[in-house]
Design a protein around this ligand. Structure first.
Ligand SMILES: [Zn+2]
Length: 187
């Protein structure tokens, strides 16, 4: 019996984008460097609190504009609403996808692969749901005008950090300290 191998291993199209852009973008190149690259980017799951919804225009406060009054709160309310919407659509897509794909494979090996894929998708969906809940809690805080300040030390979290991480409830320093402590506790 010839071992037919149909299921080609899914090679991630992680083809490195050749970075030959350096030559022509000397003038504007600086701007894009503000996009934070984190380890989370490498994991490249669709969902990460660190690399959320990017489809918005960064807020440019007017000169002397007070922090977190109505216009800024509205800005983040919008981001959070749209991000939530996107996540909910993703959850729906996952469900539909799994229903479409279910039991299409008579071959046990293929079925096993499929089950593994499903389990990964379920985990992703679970993470998305938790994120959606967190977004909703954050929206409540915006409604109560209790948004944009560090829960721990009270300092302004700042527009840019909040745009990178709209659910952040701590400033960078307190967050880093907390993560450090957590790591030490785990040993
Ligand atoms: Zn703080």
């Amino acid at each position: 019996m010839p071992a037919k191998k149909t299921a080609a291993p899914k090679k991630k199209a992680a083809a490195k984008k050749s970075t030959n852009s350096s030559a022509k973008t000397t003038a504007k190149a600086k701007k894009s460097s503000s996009v934070r690259k984190t380890a989370a980017d490498k994991r490249s799951t669709a969902v990460s609190a660190d690399s959320p919804f990017k489809n918005f225009t960064p807020y440019e406060p007017a000169k002397g504009e007070p922090y977190m009054e109505a216009p800024q709160l509205d800005h983040f309310r919008q981001i959070l609403h749209r991000w939530r919407q996107e996540l909910m659509e993703e959850v729906d897509r996952t469900v539909v996808h799994m229903q479409d794909e279910a039991s299409n494979f008579p071959d046990p090996a293929d079925r096993a692969t499929q089950e593994e894929e499903f389990s990964i998708e379920l985990k992703t969906r679970d993470r998305e749901r938790r994120l959606i809940r967190k977004i909703e809690q954050t929206l409540e805080r915006i409604d109560q005008e209790d948004y944009g300040y560090c829960d721990t030390c009270g300092v302004e979290i700042g527009l840019r950090r909040l745009e990178a991480r709209p659910t952040a409830a701590q400033c960078v320093d307190c967050k880093s300290l907390e993560e450090l402590k957590e790591r030490q506790l785990k040993g």
